[in-house]
Write a protein that binds this ligand. Structure first.
Ligand code: ZN
Length: 491
């Protein structure tokens, strides 16, 4: 079983200076290795009498890295396997330390893990992701230890070549677990250590087999509410980065930054202020998402979500050229930009990843279904029609079923999982005798104030309808209230 815990470190001044120095050296090493690989790749196509691409220096067996890696160098390992770029660069670490003795101050495992990082980047590229990028100060902020040298004792950790360092022991490591890898990461508010813990005596938890799933819950992720559940409940979206206050604060701080002189000390200070605000937002969002994930996973054996293409959803608008004039027509880019920010702020992908982790930990499963037509299908009769949905209202044009659009989308998502995965769910008995939908049409009496109404509801034992759902549906309840609500066959 694998867990990942994060602790905040308390390095001394000299220790944090040392780690800063390491980061710089490791970044330079990473970038050098990447450029070495790129050059080596291009050199195999050279036709002329030179080997260095930019300077066109003459081919020389002593300086040319083509020679070292391929043709005349030894392309074979002792084991008989072919040397790949990773193993060649790994073996060159000795030469690196001889030529640049200051690299000896870095733990050799850290150097090796740094190279492994480049290997992983290349592997990802071969699997269809982007080409490895050169790193700068802002996107190279961590290094990794192999676990064998790292020792944990109480609130102190021993990091090889750095020494004993105190940390905030915010959660104790469970018995039987040992560190699998230790990553040191620099953030705006200090240094952090993330530890991957593994207990080998506990076998890796197997996901719950499909046949054993008894209950499922469908989730519709959105912006007005972060999550609509198929059981009728919902979870608010606090919009950590795109609410009014934060947006204004960010704007002010950003403007102040733009008015400082480039390269000045004030600019640096202001940049730190902005970065710490972003860090704060990220922390809040993370904490909230863990809360949501735990809340959702508790509800059922299987959590069903849509397999969303978030990158596609948050793309820019295509420009609309006007024919003949060379100008452009309005394409709604400004509105879309705001929407994109909201989508990225809601961070559905991260939420789904957290739900998956929590589900795995509690021996439950996360299922993904195709999002096609989930929001325009009637959950009562299965009729697909785009015109059934008007914003957050859903009125089936076939059978007259009406509901909150996202809620009934959540039900469709659950139903899709039942069909696609062949789930065999047990029927959960509902305690309320009258159908839930009827409550939506009880107009709250106008005389009472909100607190009074809440009080009287509490006395009567009625639970309040969550959110502002009642008010939204009342807008159109007059004209269709004579149609009886249809019982959903899936629910
Ligand atoms: Zn219908």
């Amino acid at each position: 079983m694998i867990l990942s815990y994060v602790y905040k470190l308390r390095p001394s001044g000299s220790q944090s200076a040392k780690m800063d120095l390491w980061l710089n050296m490791l970044r330079s090493h990473y970038n050098w290795c990447l450029s070495d690989r790129i050059q080596t790749y291009h050199q195999q196509f050279l036709q002329g009498d030179y080997c260095h691409l930019r300077s066109k220096a003459e081919a020389c067996p002593l300086t040319c890295c083509v020679v070292k890696n391929g043709a005349t160098g030894n392309p074979w390992q002792n084991s008989g396997k072919k040397r790949n770029a990773g193993t060649i660069q790994d073996a060159a670490l000795v030469e690196l330390k001889a030529a640049r003795p200051w690299y000896k101050s870095i733990d050799s495992d850290v150097l090796q893990r740094n190279l492994a990082r480049l290997n992983i980047a290349y592997q990802n590229f071969f699997n269809g992701r982007g080409f490895p990028a050169f790193k700068n100060r802002s996107n190279f902020r961590s290094f990794e230890y192999k676990p064998k040298g790292v020792k944990l004792m109480g609130n102190k950790v021993y990091l090889p070549k750095i020494g004993w360092m105190r940390f905030f022991n915010s959660r104790s490591i469970p018995d039987g677990f040992a560190a699998k890898s230790v990553t040191i990461r620099k953030k705006t508010d200090g240094w952090f250590m993330s530890v991957r813990l593994e207990d080998q005596s506990v076998p890796k938890l197997l996901a719950l087999p499909i046949s054993k799933i008894k209950t499922a819950i469908g989730l519709d992720l959105g912006l007005s509410k972060l999550v609509h559940c198929s059981d009728g409940s919902d979870i608010a979206n606090p919009r950590f980065a795109t609410n009014k206050t934060t947006k204004r604060l960010l704007k002010i701080r950003q403007r102040r930054l733009s008015r400082t002189k480039r390269g000045s000390r004030n600019r640096k200070k202001q940049a730190v202020r902005i970065a710490s605000l972003h860090g704060q937002i990220a922390n809040r969002r993370n904490a909230y998402q863990w809360f949501v994930a735990h809340k959702v996973v508790k509800k059922a054996d299987a959590v069903v979500v849509e397999d969303l293409n978030i990158r596609g959803m948050s793309k820019r608008c295509q420009p609309k050229p006007e024919a003949g004039t060379g100008r452009f027509l309005p394409n709604g880019a400004a509105a879309k930009r705001g929407l994109n920010r909201s989508i990225l702020d809601a961070s559905w992908g991260n939420l789904i990843a957290k739900i998956e982790y929590v589900a795995e930990k509690s021996r439950k499963v996360l299922l993904k279904v195709n999002p096609r037509h989930t929001s325009v299908t009637c959950s009562a009769c299965g009729f697909v029609d785009k015109t059934s949905r008007v914003r957050e209202r859903f009125i089936c044009s076939n059978c007259g079923h009406f509901d909150h659009a996202d809620k009934q989308a959540a039900r469709n998502i659950k139903h899709k999982a039942v069909v696609e995965y062949g789930l065999n769910l047990i029927k959960v008995r509902r305690d309320s005798a009258k159908p839930k939908q009827l409550e939506l049409f009880e107009t709250p009496s106008a005389e009472l104030t909100a607190p009074q109404r809440r009080q009287s509801d509490a006395l009567l034992g009625n639970r309040r309808v969550p959110g502002n759902l009642g008010r939204q549906l009342n807008l159109f309840s007059q004209d269709i209230s004579d149609i009886p609500p249809v019982e959903s066959p899936f629910f």
